[in-house]
Design a protein around this ligand. Structure first.
Ligand code: UDX
Ligand code: ADP
Length: 462
């Protein structure tokens, strides 16, 4: 029985996952470590509402387990030394340099972790890959660990995380499945079993799948590619709907009732964002190309091309509708996060739409219920499209949605936050420039209601 777990990386994956394991397994000591001191200090904030990741239900779970068997620390070596099982949940961004730039996953953080484990470990360990990794990463980790020369035995497991942000707690509590990949030899099977036993504390055994390592690694990339492909497919139809007078919501409903297609993940939008979809597909494309499978690579790359087109097309449509000029016009953004119920903004469509509008000298004002000003400027500056002062001049952040919309020529809905539906839209209308436009990138608001008030309302796909 495993009694001591450590998780390297206190991010969107490591933090929530370990909180649930600690809650469901009070007999296991769970220590989450990170190099980022501020992040760890925030996880330890006496007021649990200040933990660094916003997820519905998460703070209550942290409040229950923290200090009992859940700990957050910057002492990486100590936690590695004491643990029998080590989860690696560090980030694997797309490479920004060298071979595979813009496509392959950058594995330097993973390799650093492996080297650190190799250096510190004095007893046998099970190392679990939790971050999404390119196929065959486990063998690289194993090679580093096996050559340490201090006689310690390592087992490497792949245990990809399928939680979606915004619903992380419910996804972790009741996962569709848990996937664990490991070696087929006796030691490998024993390691798999010890991880199965942890999940079996709350997940029915039939839903815990065990496979070889490569299948597990590739399943994660495949799942994300299929999900993203559904979004790009419905978004491709959204453009055709706009031209033909069909309504993408009606089309989605009609096809979703076919049990072979299913109704989920058919919501047309301004484009998918998040840390996974784009990165994982680029990675899949890179892997396919590296095996010379050009048709496979091109097939999946089209999902990204379609998504980029959708973001660009949304911005272009705003400009065109506002009489081909947005120069000096105030455009209010409702939402900056890549989806509702999260403060994560990685790859959010809002960033790219803002960038395009700023290039046309619009005056963008952003309101998001959970994303702070620093993050918004960080995201925009990261694109390096213009000087930071220019971004500050062109875009401002408001903490009040009504103030954000006041005197605006148009409102763009970029995130589907539920609270936007409850706003006093008559009041918002009264305070705007006329004609007052709403560009709904999420099909969130009620067309009839807004048109009755007097808005010119345009939603994606209708
Ligand atoms: C995704 C996978 O769902 C999850 O299994 C994996 O572990 C990580 O990547 P996440 O990125 O957190 O999760 O959120 P998800 O709900 O999948 O949404 C991704 C993006 O697609 C968001 O920008 C969302 O708004 C968009 N989306 C999703 C749509 O535009 N339409 C849909 O129908 C569904
Ligand atoms: P994810 O969404 O995959 O969880 P995040 O970026 O939110 O990604 O979290 C990854 C975390 O891993 C970051 O907080 C980062 O500081 C941490 N990290 C990266 N490399 C190391 C390392 N070698 N040791 C400890 N923590 C690390």
């Amino acid at each position: 029985m495993i009694k001591n777990i450590c998780c390297i990386g206190a991010g969107y994956v490591g933090g929530p996952t370990m909180a649930i394991i600690a809650q469901k397994c009070p007999g296991i000591k769970v220590t989450v470590v990170d190099l980022n001191e501020k992040r760890i200090a925030d996880w330890n904030d006496p007021n649990v509402d200040n933990i660094p990741i916003y997820e519905p239900g998460l703070s209550a779970i942290v409040a229950e387990a923290r200090g009992r068997n859940l700990f957050f620390s910057t002492e990486v070596d100590k936690a590695i030394d004491e643990a029998e099982m080590i989860f690696i949940s560090v980030n694997t961004p797309t490479k920004t340099y060298g071979v595979g730039k813009g496509m392959a996953a950058d594995l330097k953080y993973i390799e650093l972790c492996a080297r650190q484990i190799a250096r510190v470990a004095k007893t046998d360990k099970i190392v679990v890959e939790k971050s999404t990794l390119p196929v065959r990463t486990a063998s690289a980790i194993k090679s580093i660990l096996d050559h340490t020369g201090n006689g310690v035995k390592f087992q490497i497991l792949s245990n990809p995380e399928f939680l979606a942000e915004g619903t992380a707690v419910e996804d972790l509590l009741a996962p569709d499945r848990v996937l664990i990949g490991g070696d087929s030899n006796e030691d490998g099977q024993k390691a798999i079993q010890s991880l199965v036993n942890i999940y079996a504390n709350w997940v029915p055994k039939e839903q815990i799948l065990t496979t070889n390592v490569w299948s597990s690694e590739l399943s994660k990339l495949t799942a994300n590619a299929f999900l993203a492909q559904r979004v790009s497919s419905i978004n491709a139809m959204s453009e055709l709907c706009e031209k033909t007078g069909a309504d993408v919501n009606e089309v989605a409903r009609a096809i979703g009732m076919d049990s072979r297609i299913g109704s989920k993940f058919l919501k047309s939008s301004v484009g998918f964002g998040g840390s996974c979809f784009q990165k994982d597909i680029l990675n899949l494309v890179y892997i396919a190309k590296s095996y010379g499978l050009n048709e496979v690579a091109d097939y999946w790359e089209q999902v990204i091309i379609m998504n980029d087109h959708q973001k660009r097309r949304f911005a272009k449509n705003i400009i065109k509708t506002l009489y081909n000029t947005v120069s000096g016009k105030k455009i209010a953004f409702l939402g900056w996060a890549f989806k509702k119920d999260t403060n994560d903004t990685r790859e959010s469509a809002a960033i790219y739409v803002a960038d395009d509008l700023l290039a046309e000298q619009a005056n963008v004002v952003v309101f998001d219920p959970k994303v702070n000003e620093n993050q918004i400027y960080y995201d925009l500056n990261y694109l390096e499209s213009r000087a930071e002062e220019e971004n500050k001049k062109g875009l401002t952040v408001s903490t009040d949605p009504y103030a954000a919309c006041k005197d605006a020529h148009a409102i763009a809905i970029l995130t589907e936050w539920d609270e936007f539906k409850t706003y006093d839209w008559q009041k918002i209308y009264n305070q705007m420039q006329k004609p007052a436009f709403v560009f709904d990138g999420r099909n969130l608001l009620n067309k009839k209601e807004l048109e009755q008030i007097g808005f010119v309302y345009q939603a994606i796909g209708s």
